[in-house]
Design a protein around this ligand. Structure first.
Ligand SMILES: C[S@@+](CC[C@H](N)C(=O)[O-])C[C@H]1O[C@@H](n2cnc3c(N)ncnc32)[C@H](O)[C@@H]1O
Length: 385
């Protein structure tokens, strides 16, 4: 499955999707520190571009990448509880994301945002664009602490599958979370190095000292040191003494479930911002596995339907039909089948080194299987239209 990551930041979402086996082929962001850090951690290209340029990005993605999936987390300042809650220009990037998806028409997409984005006007517009383009949606708010991350962090995900009904998967993602939130100690054992730590509150009506025996609060984009005048709070897990420290940048990155080998680039304030912006790697990995297991199940079903079409519409006997299906699987091993196979697939298959290395007769069998599959996909699309 070939995917591109829009608004990729330092690559939390990309990393989680890669860990789930998705092939990220390109990433896009317009902020130099994000691009620099991303580049240090991934082999595929990252482009510094303004994603508000919907026509330009549409053309680039369609011509260069033809992705099966588009993933991305448009910036959330204008919905976030950290912001002023007034929707301004930046929220339009959520709409830009939807426009790019609806123009490029990948079979799948995943969009992430802060929980409150779900009720925003910008999301209502984006949602209408997804629906108009023919995507079935699963919309959900997930708390990272129930998905392998020692942090309370609620994020909204909208997952889309072209041509599918809404709520296309059998199981809801909320039903696959853990029974209880993950604490810092659950994740790190006793290696975290602190029992209690300070996280600067938005105001002193909120507590600031947390225990490692609970999930961390949401990692934000700014990491303030302990101020002189902190008055204390009744709900603090410990009095603020010399044992309590503010989290380091490295600890915050690990709480976001980045591996300790992840390389950060740039001054501390930029790195803290990149960390606070990111989708926790383990949460992204869960979402990617959720959608890829749906894709695997629906691909298996598609092969069954293809087999049936070969026997019922083309009159092949069962043995010949299953030979065609196994040759198609072999072709898929050489060049992965796109979600909707077409002439481009046949050309890519014929040009591939693995295909060229085969004998003449097997090459013609594989081509025939691919041509039949393309006809099947076209018949399927006509039926759906
Ligand atoms: C919420 S962060 C994405 C975090 C990322 N998904 C991750 O998991 O690390 C949003 C990103 O959008 C980028 N961005 C904001 N406006 C943009 C624009 N007009 N074009 C491209 N990228 C933009 C920001 O630089 C930021 O890195």
């Amino acid at each position: 499955m070939r995917a591109v990551d829009l608004f990729a930041g330092c690559g939390g979402m990309s990393r989680g999707f890669e860990e789930a086996g998705v092939d990220i082929v390109a990433a896009f962001d317009n902020w130099d520190p994000a691009v620099a850090t991303y580049r240090r951690n991934f082999d595929h290209p990252v482009y510094k571009v303004d994603l508000a340029d919907v026509p330009g990005i549409t053309q680039l993605l369609s011509d260069e990448f033809s992705p099966d999936m588009i993933i991305g987390g448009p910036p959330c300042q204008d919905f976030s509880s950290a912001g002023n809650r007034v929707e301004m220009g930046r929220a339009d990037l959520t709409v830009a994301f939807a426009q790019i998806v609806s123009n490029v028409r990948p079979k799948y997409f995943v969009m992430e945002n802060v929980a409150r984005a779900r009720n925003s006007g910008a999301y209502a517009d984006a949602r209408a664009i997804f629906k108009e383009a023919g995507y079935g949606l699963i919309e959900t708010v997930l708390d990272a602490s129930l998905y392998g991350t020692p942090q309370k962090r609620k994020r909204f995900f909208c997952m889309g599958v072209l041509g599918a009904p809404d709520n296309f998967a059998e199981t809801r993602p909320e039903d696959l979370g853990a029974d209880r939130p993950m604490s810092i100690r659950d994740f790190f054992g006793d290696s975290f190095g602190l029992e209690h730590y300070y996280r600067h509150p938005r105001n002193y009506s909120r507590r600031a000292v947390f225990s490692v025996d609970e999930p961390a609060p949401t990692m934000r984009g700014v990491n303030r040191p302990i101020p002189k005048g902190y008055p204390g709070h009744a709900a603090d897990s410990h009095v603020l003494d010399e044992h309590v420290q503010a989290l380091t940048t490295a600890q915050r990155a690990r709480i976001q479930t980045f591996p300790s080998t992840f390389a950060w680039d740039g001054p501390k304030t930029h790195v803290e911002q990149l960390i606070g912006n990111a989708v926790p790697v383990n949460l992204a990995k869960f979402v990617a596995e959720y959608i890829t297991s749906y894709v695997d199940a629906s691909n298996a079903k598609q092969m069954e339907d293809f087999n049936e079409w070969l026997t019922q519409h083309l009159g092949l006997d069962h043995r010949s039909a299953s030979d065609v299906v196994s040759r198609l699987r072999r072709a898929n091993g050489l060049v992965p089948l796109p979600a909707e196979a077409n002439e481009r697939y046949l050309n890519a298959l014929s040009a591939s080194a693995g295909f060229q290395a085969l004998g003449v007769s097997i090459r013609s069998q594989l081509r025939r299987a691919a041509i039949l599959f393309i006809q099947f996909c076209e018949a399927d699309q006509q039926e759906a239209a």
